[in-house]
Design a protein around this ligand. Structure first.
Ligand SMILES: Cc1ncc(COP(=O)(O)O)c(C=O)c1O
Length: 465
């Protein structure tokens, strides 16, 4: 039986015309929130772990196990972070019950007047945070955002220039296993295999030769800032749209710690998780002239009803990202990544491009005599969680084409500092993490225990530790 809150009682009684003399009238969201803060109430249906434990111990045990796993190790997956309890509260809220096809003020369902507020707030906060004319906050994921961008600007069969997957492109940048590779003619550009850096002259030459309808700039593993102005010039020279897929650096951009593609790209796609520290989801920014095409490409073209709990959680995350504290966080993420990259080089790994501008580091483990898969396994055994990735730069003379040795050398490990920085770790801890990584790769038996000890000093949710 859902509990009745003071605010909902007040709303119900005012509708029926009988004034509740105990609870104040609570008309605006702020008034409702103040009343709830005073009375200590939560929305009916807010997350109730005791109820889950009682009703479904099996799944409750999964939640507990994952929570323990997240706090007992080092979470270095570059795409992950720890969202705030406020974001989690919005995500687990009764807004998830509401169907809301369409956009605020123009829904295909009734009863959207409250969730409309959430979406309007999310849109306004996103526009202000990133200086964009238009924001769509409904994309269910980063991939859905990219799909919508393509749907808005392209026709099946169009040529698109994007970073090739072995050099750091995402699945949505032309993988044959993805809609992108199936429906469009993707041409891949890459990095210089010795420096690991993007070669803008080569990208320009390729664009002039292939005359793409769109150019995508963005990557899952490029550790340096991209030159969005250079991409804009190339797009202008070749008559292409410019789509920036900045899923990774979006949080750094929000915190003023990385350059923004907003002034340059026709469409900016991103995820709201990763460094941005919001709920898992996507977002799209564009100029006013493309606003309607983008909105239609999300709904009704590629999605149905928006997930209003996620939209509200995105609004919370944008609010957090607009604070000076988040700016400090974003800069610290980079300071930490730079320190960690340098310390990893000291442990014998070859760090791609010699360092990083962002939260993200890629490194070759072959100098330690380890392929990336083995390295990831040893690290996981020590409680250090990260990814393997394609690595275009050989640190050794290249073997012949088709050689399996070359394939092994072309893989690396990818790690990021977003989550550990949220936990409050700083430069001294980055040096310690590099030592622990070195120890785990050498299969030093103490690595696991010492990793847990470090992680326990920085619980992701200190109030609940
Ligand atoms: C550049 C880029 N684009 C798109 C995506 C897709 O995001 P999602 O996993 O939310 O679909 C990612 C995810 O890592 C990414 O890095």
């Amino acid at each position: 039986m859902p509990a009745t809150t003071a605010s909902s009682r007040s709303t119900a009684s005012s509708r029926s015309g009988t004034q509740d003399t105990v609870a104040p009238r609570a008309e605006t969201p702020e008034e409702r929130a103040r009343a709830a803060a005073r009375d200590g109430t939560a929305p009916a249906g807010a997350p109730d772990f005791a109820a889950l434990l009682h009703q479904d111990p099996e799944i409750a045990g999964v939640l507990l196990g994952e929570s323990t796993r997240q706090s007992d190790g080092l979470q270095l997956i570059a795409a992950e972070n720890f969202t705030s309890p406020a974001v989690l509260a919005a995500l687990g809220s009764p807004l998830g019950n509401k169907y809301a096809e369409g956009y605020p003020g123009a829904r295909h369902h009734g009863g959207c007047e409250i969730v409309d507020l959430a979406e309007r707030i999310a849109i306004e906060r996103a526009k202000a945070l990133f200086g964009a004319e238009h924001a769509n906050v409904q994309a269910h994921s980063g991939s859905s955002a990219v799909l919508a961008a393509y749907a808005a600007l392209l026709r099946p069969g169009d040529t698109v220039l994007a970073m090739s997957l072995p050099h750091g492109g995402h699945l949505t940048h032309g993988s044959s296993a993805n809609f992108s590779g199936r429906w469009f003619d993707f041409v891949g550009y890459g990095v210089d295999e010795d420096s690991g850096l993007l070669e803008y002259d080569a990208i320009r030459a390729l664009a002039l030769e292939r005359r793409p309808k769109a150019i995508v700039c963005g990557s899952i593993s490029y550790p340096r800032h991209m030159d969005y102005a250079a991409f804009r010039d190339i797009a202008d020279e070749t008559g292409a749209y410019l789509i920036a897929d900045v899923a990774h650096p979006m949080g750094l951009i929000a915190g003023g710690a990385a350059p923004s593609p907003v002034p340059y790209a026709d469409v900016v796609c991103a995820t709201t998780h990763k460094v941005l520290r919001g709920p898992r989801g996507g977002m799209i920014l564009c100029g006013a002239q493309l606003a309607e095409r983008i909105d239609r490409a999300v709904f009704p073209f590629s999605q149905g009803g928006a997930q209003m709990n996620a939209v509200a959680a995105k609004a919370v995350a944008f609010g957090e990202a607009a604070t000076p504290a988040f700016g400090g966080y974003a800069h610290q993420v980079i300071v930490n990544a730079r320190g960690l990259a340098q310390a990893l080089a000291g442990q014998g790994l070859t760090v791609t491009t010699g360092g990083t501008d962002t939260h993200l580091i890629t490194a070759d483990t072959t100098p330690l005599g380890l392929d990336a898969q083995t390295a990831r396994g040893r690290l996981a055994a020590a409680g250090i969680v990260l990814d393997t990735c394609a690595l275009p730069c050989g640190t050794y003379p290249k073997a012949g084409p088709g050689s399996t040795v070359l394939a092994a050398r072309r893989t690396g490990i990818r790690l990021g500092t977003a989550a550990v920085t949220t936990q409050g770790m700083g430069e001294p801890e980055m040096l310690r993490i590099a030592e622990l990584i070195g120890a785990a790769l050498r299969e030093d038996a103490s690595a696991r225990q010492e990793t847990v000890a470090l992680a326990h000093r920085f619980p992701p949710y200190p109030d609940r530790a």
